[in-house]
Design a protein around this ligand. Sequence first.
Ligand SMILES: CC(C)(COP(=O)(O)OP(=O)(O)OC[C@H]1O[C@@H](n2cnc3c(N)ncnc32)[C@H](O)[C@@H]1OP(=O)(O)O)[C@@H](O)C(=O)NCCC(=O)NCCS
Length: 246
Amino acid sequence: MPGFGKFARVVGEVRRDVLAARDRDPAARGVSPGEILATWPGIHALLAYRVAHALQLAGVPLLPRVIAMLTRALTGIEIHPAAQIAAGLFIDHGAGVVIGETVEIGNDVTLYQGVTLGGTGFATGKRHPTIEDNVTIGSGAKLLGPITIGHGAKIGANSVVITDVPPNSTVVGNPGHPVRIDGRRVEGPDADWIHLPDPIAEAIQALSSRIATLERMITELSDGEVQPLAEVRPLRPVKGPNPAGG
Ligand SMILES: CC(C)(COP(=O)(O)OP(=O)(O)OC[C@H]1O[C@@H](n2cnc3c(N)ncnc32)[C@H](O)[C@@H]1OP(=O)(O)O)[C@@H](O)C(=O)NCCC(=O)NCCS
C-alpha cells in the first residue's frame, strides 16, 4: 500500500492543481481554494486521478479503474490511472476530456473541454501524446498518436493534430499545422494552412466553365441560333432558425 511519503506528494500535487485553477480560470477570481476544491469538476477529476495513479503504481488491482470509472460518471473527464501527469494541470469545464493510458503531461498544462489525448488505432505500447510544459489545448482538439507537443505550444480549438508540434508555436486546423512559431507567422509557399483550397468548389467551377464552352460551341454550330442555356436553380434558403446564430 502507498506510504505517507506518497500521500504527502499527492496532497502537494492537488494543492498545485487548485492554485492552477485559481491562476488560469478567469471565473475563479476571488473564489477561495476550498470552494474551488469543492465545486470545480476538473479538480475533482485530478484529485481522483492522483489517488488512482498512486494505487496503480502500488500494484493495487481493480480499485484504480473503479475510481477512474466513477470519476468519469461524475465529471465527464476520463483519465487512465496509468497516465503520467505532472503538477499544475488545469482542466477547464471538463466534460468530454479523454486522457489515454500512455499520455505524459508536463507542468502547468491547460486543457479545455472536449480535448482528446488518444491513440490513432489499435497500436500497443506508447501510443498517446506527450505534452510538454506550459502547453494550452483548446476545446474539442484531438491529439492522436505518440506525438510530442513542444513546450509553450498552443493548439487551437477543434484542431486535429497527428504530428509533432514545435515548441512555442500555435497550431490550428484539420490537419493541424503551425500558423505561428515564436510569435511570428510561418513563412514559405505552403504556409497558409488556414485558407485551404476547396476541391469540390474547384471541380464544380471547372464543370461550369466547360458547360459554358460547350453551349457557345453549340450556338456557333447552329448558325448563331441562340440555344436555351442550362437551367441553374438557385439554392433554396434553409428554413428554420439561422444556423449561424448564437
Ligand atoms: C489558437 C488560439 C490559442 C489563438 O492563438 P494565438 O497565438 O493568439 O493566435 P491568433 O489568435 O493570432 O491566430 C492565429 C491564426 O490562427 C487562426 N485561428 C485561431 N484559432 C483558430 C482555430 N481554433 N481554428 C482555426 N483557425 C484558428 C486565426 O484566425 C489566425 O489566422 P490569421 O493568421 O489568418 O490571422 C485560439 O484561437 C484558440 O483556439 N484557443 C482555444 C480557446 C478555447 O478553447 N476556449 C474555450 C473556452 S470555453
